[in-house]
Design a protein around this ligand. Sequence first.
Ligand code: NAP
Ligand code: GDP
Length: 320
Amino acid sequence: MKKVLVTGGTGLVGKALQAIIKEQQPSDEEWFFAGSKDADLTNAAATQALFDKVKPTHVIHLAAMVGGLFHNMNNNLDFLRNNLLINDHVLQTAHEHGCHKVVSCLSTCIFPDKTTYPIDETMVHNGPPHSSNYGYSYAKRLIDVQNHAYYDKHGHLFTSVIPCNIFGPHDNYRPEGHVIPGMISRMYELRQQQPELPEEQKVFTVYGSGKPLRQFIYSLDLAKLMIWVLREYQSVEPIVLSVDEAAEVSIYEVAEAIAAAFKFKGQLICDTSKADGQHKKTASNAKLRALLPDFEFTDFKSAIQSSVLWYIENYAAARN
Ligand code: NAP
Ligand code: GDP
């Protein structure tokens, strides 16, 4: 019997894993989804108590201090320290409990800022990350270093995935979150405000120039891929889990897709006084495609439509 502990099991990706596992849980797997209420993983004793309770054989390690561009820019020290602590506690406790496999989460935003494109798995450590999120980036890069060190010393299969930007139901809609939940929540509020004003006269603000480019993966697609990594992927080396390069969109196109999903009739403007962050971080999914050629990603516009609908239907319970 496999016992899978998901740290960060209450977040965007954790909830997507819960949904997929609910649909197709094999009888030889038992899953436990832990949030910060189950254990504060910045605390070593609490981490050990969680592992003592669950006794996992496998771990999907999602728990992290996570935030969008603006939250990262102002809190690099906290992103660095919290994530270093969480990762060290989870990996060392998994080692002490004899876990067979740990799959941790890196991100395409931790790659070198000055690089050639597309970026791939071999380039994680090639140069400094973008200055806006160096705290988060260096903490995440060290997971890869730790995975190799655990393999060298103990032969453990501790590995990592590198997702591109993620979105979907149960996202973080607070101002410290990422662009898609941020825009969904701001457009929702704009539509509620001043009901007497014709919507054609309302103005929605895109932060920054709208020109940066991003690849976005739907959280439910990522969950399916992470389950495949847990069951089938047998290497310590990280693997990029991203949509194709051709699916990259501009931030302005994201705003247009969200506006279409809301049937918003107002105007979109860009506020160039706000930061753009990295211009792009185009990643190659060639390694994934070679291993899993037939995987079908959900079309971006329909995934945005489902995410907006989820938010409207679950507004009261959402992380606002
Ligand atoms: P999220 O929605 O913000 O969820 C974060 C999760 O981590 C929550 O379950 C939270 O628990 C838990 N957590 C945070 N601090 C904790 C602590 N001190 N102790 C225990 N648990 C703690 O994040 P997400 O978007 O699902 O991200 C999942 C993983 O994907 C992260 O490793 C992130 O770095 C990576 N990633 C995310 C993106 C993205 O665009 N979102 C892109 C690339 C990679 P509670 O909610 O119960 O407090
Ligand atoms: P990143 O992909 O790590 O840079 O993080 P974000 O998802 O926070 O931001 C992506 C891009 O979206 C940046 O260029 C932001 O300037 C832009 N953006 C536009 N509107 C928003 C918004 O409402 N929230 C956030 N977080 N970013 C926004």
